[in-house]
Design a protein around this ligand. Structure first.
Ligand code: C2E
Ligand code: MG
Ligand code: MG
Length: 569
């Protein structure tokens, strides 16, 4: 056994004294009349009073003149309990010499030495823990950007109100329209500033009957009203819409900055008419919101049964579309692209048609929106590209040197497999990349999906021609020409329809042709329906055209027949 030497009393006392002196807690000794006898260094540091000052003074004296009635009562209680049980423990706010208030945990014990009573006090400063707890509570319940209660608080306040109320309760789900575009245009700081100002404006309105205004995150908000009269809430919502019609100026110092217009969509449900249950009310407000957004946004819609029917129809459409994809009911029709000077077919645009089992042949206007909203664009593209490459391969064996344009929504380029699918098919069917053109609409580019730029550049490097479809219909047409590597511009048919008699449309088309020439791009005019339109466009220098004047979109067999005629086979 190793040598063991017990410590002496003196050493033990020395150690315990040092421990007390170095403790993180403030420790002090009081006599039987609760007068200070000694305090440790921590006490002096956190409370700011020196031992010399405190010696002989009664507990609480240093703050006597500041003690509130409540604090005096606590002091009295402490004294009584120490007398009766010799122990006291509690939470207490202590004022320091520097005027700070600390949240403290305090313990007193009555101890005897040589039959003489002493009180030992120990104070632990809990302020930072209390502050952390408050911050945590705030973090859990409030949105950090706007300071508004979050979704969790909104939901609990709504369900509580529904239990208590004798009035009508109105739930509103509100979104800012075009949030993604605004966000990519303004950047993270800009969009945050916009949200703060938007919330500030709504707060300033002091809407009557508003019980909770909550920020669920991003562009998503909830409002809860309680009122005797739902019409009053309608009026409050009108005020809210109106206040958003004024443009937002994000940087007050920059006189030249573009004002931001912030449109909103809102879905409303109310108790007791729409539902008696909280979850039903919330779902109905959300359905109404979804409906407004599908209709283009910038509106308020109160829930009614027609919304449920529309939702059921769109669900059915989605289910049918998935089946259509599985069963290969989506097929390309081909519209020839004509060289105006010679009248020769130089290629075809593939336009999707749905061979619906009961409704017959459907055009894209019946289902293309549902394809995009249900994120089926890539499935559509995959089906079309397979049929198109097979067609090109067939025409190649027949000696027809042609290209086919496929339409693509910019969202499709977010799929990483896009490039691999296309290049894989070229190899499989022995097709030259230049035989495929891809058309992207302006409207889909507005969404600014990630990766579009890289994918387009990679496809272009592979040898595929790129066309900007419906040129002139979006608000950033020119910037797209600068941003993406297009070879062709397709002038939208709305500019062609009145080109013969309307001098403004004539001037616009002329300007587009000049621009394209300057940028070394080719132009295709869409929607040529008359001979006069064709002649005029040809005279203006437009090289290619498409339209019913030449041919409507036709089946693969009919397109093959046209080529056979042209090639004399
Ligand atoms: P788009 O790409 O601009 O296609 C031109 C549309 O105009 C086609 O309508 C075509 O049939 C129609 N059109 C052609 N010539 C004339 C004309 O002389 N007069 C008139 N009034 N219309 C003409 P469609 O086939 O109904 O397609 C509508 C849109 O659907 C297309 O517009 C395109 O954006 C989209 N789309 C079509 N197929 C696909 C596809 O496979 N994938 C994707 N993502 N979108 C497609
Ligand atoms: Mg097109
Ligand atoms: Mg077009």
């Amino acid at each position: 056994m190793m040598n063991f030497t017990p410590i002496s009393c003196a050493v033990k006392q020395q150690l315990l004294t040092t421990l007390c002196e170095q403790s993180q807690d403030a420790i002090f000794i009081l006599d039987e009349n609760l007068r200070y006898l000694s305090v440790n260094a921590t006490y002096e540091i956190i409370l700011g009073y020196h031992e010399d000052f405190l010696l002989g003074r009664p507990l609480g004296i240093y703050a006597a003149e500041f003690l509130s009635e409540n604090e005096q009562a606590v002091l009295q209680d402490l004294s009584n309990r120490l007398d009766s049980t010799g122990f006291y423990e509690g939470k207490f706010s202590l004022s320091t010499r520097y005027g700070q208030t600390l949240d403290c945990h305090i313990i007193y014990r009555k101890l005897y030495v040589d039959d003489k009573p002493y009180y030992i006090g120990k104070v632990r400063d809990m302020s930072s823990e209390v502050k952390d707890k408050r911050q945590l509570t705030h973090l859990l319940n409030f949105d950090q950007l706007t300071g508004l209660p979050n979704r969790k608080v909104f939901l609990s306040q709504t369900s509580e109100l529904l239990l208590d109320t004798f009035q009508e309760v109105v739930i509103i789900r509100l979104n800012i329209d075009r949030y993604r575009s605004l966000s990519s245009m303004l950047g993270p700081d800009g969009i945050n500033e916009l949200i703060k100002r938007f919330v500030g404006r709504i707060n300033e309105l002091k809407l009557d009957g508003l019980r909770c205004f909550s920020h669920f995150g991003g562009d998503d908000f909830g409002l809860l009203f309680e009122s005797n009269d739902a019409n009053m809430v309608r009026h409050q919502l009108d005020r809210l819409m109106q206040t958003c019609e004024r443009p937002f100026i994000l940087n007050d110092e920059d006189a030249k900055q573009t004002p931001i217009y912030c449109r909103i969509s809102a879905g409303v449900s109310y108790y007791p008419k729409d539902d008696s249950q909280f979850s039903g009310l919330l779902t109905k407000a959300e359905k109404a919101l979804h409906y407004v957004k599908q209709q283009g946004g910038d509106d308020i819609r109160w829930f009614d049964m027609t919304i449920d029917e529309a939702a059921a129809n769109s669900l059915q459409l989605e289910a049918e579309l998935r089946t259509a994809i599985d069963l290969g009911q989506l097929v390309p029709y081909y519209q020839p692209k004509i060289e105006l000077a010679s009248g020769k077919i130089t290629g075809f645009e593939a336009l999707v048609r749905w061979q619906h089992p009961t409704r017959g042949l459907l055009s894209p206007s019946n289902f293309i929106e549902a394809i995009v909203t249900n994120k089926l664009s890539f499935e559509l593209f995959s089906q079309m590209i397979v049929q198109i490459t097979k067609q090109l391969s067939l025409w190649q064996t027949m000696g027809f040197d042609q290209h086919i344009c496929i339409n693509a929504d910019a969202a499709e380029f977010t799929y990483s497999e896009f490039y691999a699918v296309v290049s894989g098919l070229f190899t499989e069917y022995n097709i030259q990349a230049s035989q495929l053109h891809i058309e992207v609409t302006e409207s889909s580019l507005i969404q600014r999906h990630t990766n579009v730029k890289n994918q387009l550049a990679a496809l272009k490097a592979l040898g595929i021609c790129l066309a900007l479809d419906d040129f002139g219909t979006g608000y950033a047409s020119l910037s797209y020409l600068q941003e993406y590597p297009f070879d062709f511009i397709k002038i939208d048919k709305s500019f062609i329809s009145k080109i013969v008699n309307d001098c403004t449309q004539h001037a616009i088309v002329k300007a587009i042709l000049d621009l394209a020439a300057a940028l070394d791009m080719q132009v295709i005019a869409e929607g040529i329906e008359t001979e006069a339109q064709r002649d005029l466009l040809s005279d203006m220098g437009c090289k290619y055209g498409q339209g019913y004047w030449f041919s409507k979109p036709v089946t693969a067999e009919a397109a093959t027949a046209m080529l056979s005629a042209q090639y004399g086979k």
